[in-house]
Design a protein around this ligand. Structure first.
Ligand code: ZN
Length: 362
C-alpha cells in the first residue's frame, strides 16, 4: 500500500474544535457514548426485525403476496437501520462506555451477514483515516463498475453510471455478504491494504457467522416457504437494505463540494487529518427528524468523521460548534438542506464523472 501522510505542523483547527466539544460534554454533564435514545432505538429495531422475519416466515400462507413482499422490504430497511444505529456506533466503541457491550453489539453485523472484524479495519481505520483517498479508501473502490472520482479509469459505459448505479447499490449488500467479505478474507487484503492478522478466533467467527447466515437466512426459509418464494423475498430484502446502506454512505462523500485525493503512490496531503475529514464529507437533511432517526445520525457525517467515538445521538447538539469553528478557520462546511437535494447532487456528480474523463475547466 502507498504511504499517505497528513500535514501535522498546523493542527489549530482540530485542537480548538476538540476543546470546545469536550467543554460541551463537560458543561452538560454528558457521556460521549450512547444514551436512552440509542437504547430505545435498539429496543424498537431489534424486536421489529425479529418479528418481521418470523412473521413472514410462519404466516406467509395467510398473507397476501403484496403484504409478504412489503414485509420483506421493511425487513431490509430495518436491518439497514440496525446497521446505522447499533452496529456502526458499537463498532466505533461509541454505543456504550463498556467495551464488552460495544464488542457484543458489533457482532450484530455478523448476524446480518457481514463480519465485524473486517468492517472495523475497512471502516474505522481505512475509510475514517483516508476518506476519499483514491487508491486507499475501499468505499470508493468500485471502479471499473462505477467511477467515483476523476483519478479513476474512465470507460465509455460510465456515461450511464448515474442510472445503472442504482442497480449496483441495490445488489450491494448481497455482494457484501456473498462476495466482498470472502474476497477480503481469502486475499487477506482490503482493497490495497494488507489485512490485520486473522487469528484462529477470528477465522472461527468468520466461518461460523457465514454458516449461521446460510442456515437462518437461506436454508431455514427455503424449508418453510419453498425455493421460489424465498428467492423473491430474500431478493426484495437485499434490494431495500443495499439501496439504503449504499445511498447513505454515498451522500456523505460523493456529492458536489466533496474533495478527493489520489494515492496510488506515496502521498502527502496538504491538509491536516481533521480538515481533510471536513472537506471530503457532507451532511444532509439536518432538520429531518425521521431521516436522522432512521440513518443513525449519519446525515451528520462531518461530525461523525471528526468524532467517530462520540455516539451519533450527540451529533445534532455538537454540529453548531463544528459549524462555528469551521467558519472561524474558513473551512467550507458542506451541508445539503434536504435528502432530495443530496441525492440529486450525488446523481449530478456521478453523471459528471461518467461524462468527463477529466474535470471540465470552469
Ligand atoms: Zn463510521
Amino acid at each position: 500500500m502507498s504511504k499517505v501522510t497528513f500535514q501535522k505542523s498546523n493542527t489549530a483547527f482540530y485542537s480548538t474544535l476538540k476543546s470546545r466539544v469536550d467543554e460541551y460534554f463537560k458543561s452538560h454533564h454528558l457521556e460521549k457514548t450512547g444514551n436512552w435514545e440509542l437504547y430505545t432505538k435498539t429496543l424498537i429495531l431489534v424486536p421489529l426485525a425479529v418479528g418481521l422475519f418470523f412473521s413472514v416466515l410462519f404466516f406467509h400462507d395467510s398473507l397476501s403476496v403484496v403484504a409478504s413482499l412489503g414485509m420483506c422490504a421493511l425487513l431490509g430497511l430495518t436491518l439497514a437501520s440496525m446497521g446505522f444505529n447499533i452496529m456502526h456506533d458499537a463498532c466505533h466503541g461509541a454505543y456504550s462506555k463498556k467495551d464488552w457491550v460495544n464488542e457484543l453489539l458489533g457482532y450484530s453485523l455478523n448476524i446480518m451477514g457481514g463480519n465485524a472484524f473486517i468492517w472495523k479495519q475497512k471502516h474505522n481505520i481505512i475509510h475514517h483515516t483516508y476518506t476519499n483517498v483514491d487508491g486507499v479508501d475501499d468505499d470508493i473502490a468500485k471502479s471499473p463498475l462505477i467511477r467515483q472520482c476523476y483519478t479513476q479509469k474512465w470507460v465509455p459505459a460510465h456515461k450511464w453510471q448515474h442510472i445503472y448505479m442504482f442497480i449496483v447499490y441495490a445488489i450491494s449488500s448481497f455482494a457484501w455478504v456473498f462476495i466482498m467479505d470472502f474476497n477480503k478474507y481469502l486475499s487477506r487484503k482490503i482493497y490495497r491494504t494488507k489485512m490485520w492478522d486473522v487469528n484462529r478466533k477470528e477465522q472461527i467467527i468468520f466461518w461460523v457467522g457465514k454458516l449461521y447466515y446460510l442456515g437462518v437466512f437461506i436454508l431455514l426459509p427455503i424449508s418453510i416457504v419453498g425455493l421460489k418464494a424465498w428467492a423473491i423475498g430474500f431478493g426484495v430484502m437485499h434490494v431495500t437494505m443495499g439501496l439504503s446502506l449504499a445511498l447513505v454512505f454515498q451522500l456523505a462523500h460523493v456529492v458536489e463540494g466533496a474533495q478527493f485525493e489520489e494515492a496510488y503512490d506515496d502521498k502527502h496531503i496538504e491538509n491536516d487529518w481533521a480538515i481533510h475529514q471536513v472537506v471530503t464529507t457532507a451532511n444532509f437533511a439536518p432538520k429531518n427528524l425521521l431521516v436522522r432517526w432512521y440513518v443513525g445520525g449519519l446525515n451528520y457525517q462531518i461530525e461523525h468523521h471528526l468524532f467517530p467515538k462520540v455516539s451519533h445521538v450527540h451529533y445534532p447538539a455538537i454540529s453548531q460548534i463544528v459549524k462555528d469553528v469551521c467558519k472561524e478557520y474558513h473551512i467550507n462546511y458542506n451541508e445539503f438542506k434536504t435528502t432530495r437535494s443530496a441525492i440529486l447532487s450525488h446523481i449530478k456528480m456521478m453523471k459528471e464523472f461518467g461524462d468527463h474523463p477529466q474535470p471540465v475547466a470552469a
